[in-house]
Design a protein around this ligand. Structure first.
Ligand SMILES: NC(=O)c1ccc[n+]([C@@H]2O[C@H](COP(=O)([O-])OP(=O)(O)OC[C@H]3O[C@@H](n4cnc5c(N)ncnc54)[C@H](OP(=O)(O)O)[C@@H]3O)[C@@H](O)[C@H]2O)c1
Length: 350
């Protein structure tokens, strides 16, 4: 028996990715799509400006878009809502008994809300019990990180667990699809680099600490590593690249780092979760990789693709990391979170 699920914000960039990834999912059955009152009442096919390079799943196209309010005939909702409206809508669903798997930034840093990367911190789902008790909710909210943080933190975790981590300097080159649809005007982004993405640097710096942090009682103690981020928008359609320098707790040598990336596995791989990449930190050996156009879909867009591993004269080691911003950085991440929660027995409706 598949679990019936819905997507809030189903017409947007991330919402479309959810609809694509949920079609034919072995555990989840997409039965409801919801969006703003501009879209509600129309068929998904009419309401959605479908922008993916695969056809819209026929069953989803026939669904009628509903208002984003409790009453959807499902137990689990994936939220791809605009952050301007996500906060209270997600709370209303959690209060009404739904499991809410959110992409939006609104609740990520709340003490009682897990910010999950299943390979890195699956034990942080214990916060759900605290959240329910504290807020009196029958349902709950669990979140996935910001799109750049999602792939950065996988690579950092592969190193941190073996060698310790003291400092991170990261500069991102982020794709246009990260800004939603219609996104940036072409005259602003074509042939250009924009060295500012509002709020993004702070998200990377704070979310990384929470994800790598240790669960202590009813809260997470952030990891003490210092993270310094610069974020830029570049004329790439899909795939956020980042140049990363790290100061580790020891000096294990380049081959040990390479082996740490190659060997890194977590609960999703051990448990065989359907969306888990075989290699969560996939190390490429070629000197000019990873590249978004060539490598963003490796491991079905669910890996942190690492390359250009070398010594850094400032911090010790540096590398480049690439991740698919709407798959591992958004919809795919939330679906993997839902798979983890089901595997832990936490997806049942209260
Ligand atoms: N794009 C990425 O790579 C990425 C990565 C990680 C996280 N995120 C986060 O994911 C969320 C969605 O991002 P996006 O890029 O998909 O944005 P988007 O393309 O602008 O889509 C926004 C969605 O929210 C819906 N919406 C807007 N106002 C609403 C309202 N008042 N009530 C109900 N629904 C409403 C829209 O429905 P209508 O079509 O009816 O207006 C649309 O479905 C954001 O919180 C974003 O920060 C995005």
């Amino acid at each position: 028996m598949k679990i019936p699920v819905g997507v809030l914000g189903a017409t947007g960039t991330v919402g479309q990715r959810f609809v694509q990834l949920l079609a034919g999912h072995p555990w989840f059955d997409l039965v409801a799509v919801a969006a703003s009152e501009r879209s509600a009442g129309r068929s998904y096919r009419e309401a959605c400006a479908w922008k993916l390079d695969v056809p819209m799943p026929a069953a989803a196209g026939a669904l009628v878009v509903q208002p984003a309010e409790p009453g959807l005939a499902c137990e689990v909702v994936f939220s791809a809502l605009d952050a301007a409206v996500a906060g209270p809508i997600e709370e209303a669903f959690a209060g009404a008994g739904y499991a809410v798997l959110s992409n939006a930034r609104n609740h990520r840093m709340a003490d009682d809300v897990p910010l999950l990367v299943p390979e890195v911190n699956p034990e942080h789902t214990a916060l759900i019990e605290t959240q329910r008790r504290r807020r009196g909710w029958r349902g709950f909210i669990a979140t996935n990180p910001n799109c750049s943080t999602a792939t950065l933190v996988l690579a950092l975790a592969a190193l941190e667990r073996r060698f310790g981590l003291e400092a991170v300097m990261v500069t991102t080159l982020q794709a246009i699809s990260g800004a939603g649809y219609p996104g940036l005007p072409s005259l602003d982004i074509l042939g250009n680099v924009i060295p500012f993405i509002g709020g993004e640097e702070e998200k990377i710096e704070r979310e990384t600490g929470k994800i790598l942090g240790r669960l202590a009682g009813a809260a997470v103690t952030p990891h003490p590593a210092t993270v310094s981020a610069t974020t830029t928008r570049v004329p790439v359609v899909d795939g956020h690249t980042a140049s990363v320098s790290v100061k580790l707790g020891s000096d294990p040598g380049l081959e040990a780092l390479a082996e740490a990336f190659r060997a890194y596995r977590g609960v999703p791989q051990e448990r065989g979760l359907p969306s888990a990449p075989g290699h969560p930190t996939l190390l490429l050996e070629q000197e000019d990789r990873p590249q978004p156009r060539l490598d963003v879909n490796l491991e079905h867009g669910m890996a942190s693709v690492v390359g250009r591993l070398r010594r850094c004269p400032l911090l010790g080691y540096k590398f480049v990391v690439l991740g698919h911003n709407t798959i591992r950085g958004a919809a795919g991440a939330a679906i993997l979170n839902a798979e983890l929660l089901r595997d832990q027995g936490l997806l049942r409706r209260a």
